[in-house]
Design a protein around this ligand. Structure first.
Ligand code: KG4
Ligand code: ZN
Length: 373
């Protein structure tokens, strides 16, 4: 048991009935505010996606930070109104403290610190990745330890989630993240940003998978290699080469086929790596029971169904959050804050923000070239 104020907090919260935590997320291009309860109710879940970045084909940090600043106060007010709560009813304020675009993170953190200071509310600085990692414990009853495939715009990792704040990373990308590959492919093909949903829509309309695979034989980086690391940059380059060979105005049929071929290869790469990770998870955890997928790319239905099959074949439960809790949101931050609050893991009012913040600080970082952690 921890000493000092944490001990006091633990006792205090054990006797409170239903706790309510406000969550704030501003680490990328979504300004989000939510309220969740210890009974796993989501009282409000507001996400404002900044469309300002679309014309740039990617997120512009300065524009993102300014947009967060413009909208955050109104969203906080609206979330409280929707929850029928006032600041005084809150048991905690949870805010993303990193990793992410630091200007945006600071907007959220300063807002949270101000609310906490004025109302004397406990404050929890949440790792955005922990928000994704624990989402399934908000939506489902999932015990530790579980195997997590975390696939988003900035990250592609395999982790054994042993507890709140306890992560063992067993695989990561050596170059691009899976979501980044979707975004770059989409940009190359002129399908806009964010790329994942656009590529998925195109791929889903492919009625001739065999033709698509034959016409666009893309490489499958890392497949068949030992271990659980990923690589996506070669795939992106191959898509570019194939797209360059097509007419400037790419015919719809080719667009559909290349999107299908790309998504198919991503599915193969993820499957191969996840199978290796399942073997490691089972070897390390006698109570291995679940494969969880989280992060924006986990919203992809084709990838979800491939992963579900792999989990089933391995005798594991497969759990994926509902689609709108896969991409960035504040309910996941509020929930990670709730888990921490219940364990007495509250932060001091002067806690720091982190542009990079690995979930497993002991994991080797040497081979990582472009990940944000
Ligand atoms: O978790 P997230 O919202 O933000 C980060 O923390 O990065 O993930 C965003 C990423 C983007 O790269 C986006 O293209 C991808 O998730 N994404 C998808 C889908 N929806 C979002 N990728 C594939 N299929 C989707 N349906
Ligand atoms: Zn995210």
């Amino acid at each position: 048991m921890k000493k000092g104020p944490f001990c006091f907090l633990k006792r205090r919260y054990a006797i409170t009935e239903t706790m309510k935590v406000l969550g704030i997320e501003t680490s990328c291009d979504e300004t989000a505010v939510a309220v969740v309860t210890s009974e796993k109710q989501i009282l409000a879940n507001l996400v404002l996606s900044q469309m300002e970045h679309e014309k740039f084909g990617g997120v512009v940090p300065e524009i993102a930070a300014r947009a967060h600043l413009t909208h955050i106060d109104a969203l906080v007010r609206e979330a409280l109104e929707e929850s029928k709560l006032t600041f005084k009813d809150l048991d905690g304020i949870a805010v993303t403290a990193g990793p992410g675009l630091i200007g945006g993170v600071l907007v959220g953190v300063m807002t949270a610190k101000a609310i906490a200071a004025v109302h004397g509310t406990p404050l929890i600085g949440v790792n955005h990745l922990e928000g994704h990692a624990l989402t399934v414990r908000l939506t489902d009853d999932v015990a530790f330890p579980y195997l997590l495939l975390l696939v988003s715009g900035g990250h592609c990792q395999l982790l054994i989630v042993e507890g709140v704040g306890k992560y063992k990373r067993i695989g990561t990308t050596i170059d691009d993240a899976a979501g980044e590959a979707f975004d770059k492919t989409s940009k190359l093909l002129g399908l806009g940003y964010p790329g994942g949903p656009a590529v998925e829509r195109m791929a889903a309309s492919c009625g001739t998978p065999a033709r698509a695979r034959k016409k666009f034989p893309l490489p499958k980086p890392m497949v068949g290699k030992p271990g659980c690391d990923f690589s996506f940059s070669g795939l992106k380059t191959a898509v570019r080469r194939m797209a360059d060979a097509l007419p400037e105005e790419i015919p719809q049929e080719d667009l559909v086929d290349i999107c299908f071929a790309f998504q198919d290869v991503v599915a193969d790469v993820l499957s191969d790596r996840v199978k290796n990770a399942i073997a490691m998870y089972k070897a390390q955890c006698p109570d291995a029971h679940a494969l969880v997928v989280a992060g924006g790319v986990a919203a992809n239905k084709a990838l979800r169904s491939v992963l579900e099959k792999i989990a089933g074949d391995a005798g594991l439960r497969f759990i994926a959050p509902p689609l709108k809790l896969c991409t960035d949101n504040a309910a996941m931050i509020a929930w990670a804050g709730m888990e921490r609050l219940q364990l007495g893991m509250v932060d001091a009012p002067d806690f720091k923000v982190h542009a990079r913040w690995p979930l497993d600080p002991d994991a080797p970082v040497a081979q990582i070239k472009s990940q944000k952690v």
